[in-house]
Design a protein around this ligand. Sequence first.
Ligand SMILES: [Zn+2]
Length: 261
Amino acid sequence: VAGARTVAERDAGAPFPFLVHPEWAEQLPWLAQGITARNADSEYDMTLFGGTPARTVHERWAALRQFAGLPTAVHARQVHGARVIIHRRSIDSGLIIADRADGHVTADAGLLLTVSVADCVPVTIVDVARRTVAILHAGWRGAAAGILERGVDALVHAGSTCADLRLHLGPAICGACYEVGLEVHAALGLPVPPSARPIDLRGILAARAAAAGIAADAMTTSAHCTRCGPVPLHSHRAGSAARQIAVAGLRGGAAESVEHP
Ligand SMILES: [Zn+2]
């Protein structure tokens, strides 16, 4: 991906398949971040709206919240649009399903923002100065609709400056695996080829992020492809109906336990 450095998410050592950005895990301990994956003996499907029994999926979500150390997870029905919701601290714990949206932002600790993906790009943006975080679900329709730009706008409205933002393009289908029709090239404003050609969606998003004001050296992209590996992940193109969940949230704040003398 032009303009973004490649990093390989590593296993987080969770009791379920879960990968984290290795540099952020090292440098930003106040940030909960990462993505679920498959494992050898189970698909580890995380979708709330699919065929896996709800009880199994909810147990997995509870394990995810527990490992992240945040009491409340926020998810939405995703519609490949550009709507971004700004979330405030919640007194509820457990799982909150928001109205239709493809992006989430918060400046409040305790909320684990989540998106569901299997080939589409999970985009995480972190303001390391103000400690604000965004997570976006960006397939080609969402990218064309402007989800990346709407996410950056939401952070700027919340008080961020672009110089403080770091962006990561997570595991997604790669530029070798993602052949798309002419209408997709046209929708993304690319030159329209004579026949179907692959596109590098993460490269396109990196270019859009640069145009939105994020510095190239503040961007990273995952080495992992959902379709061709090397880490086992769910791929819609490969025929999977299962989904992995990418997460971002802020630790600490009121939810943190304190010892009284
Ligand atoms: Zn690939």
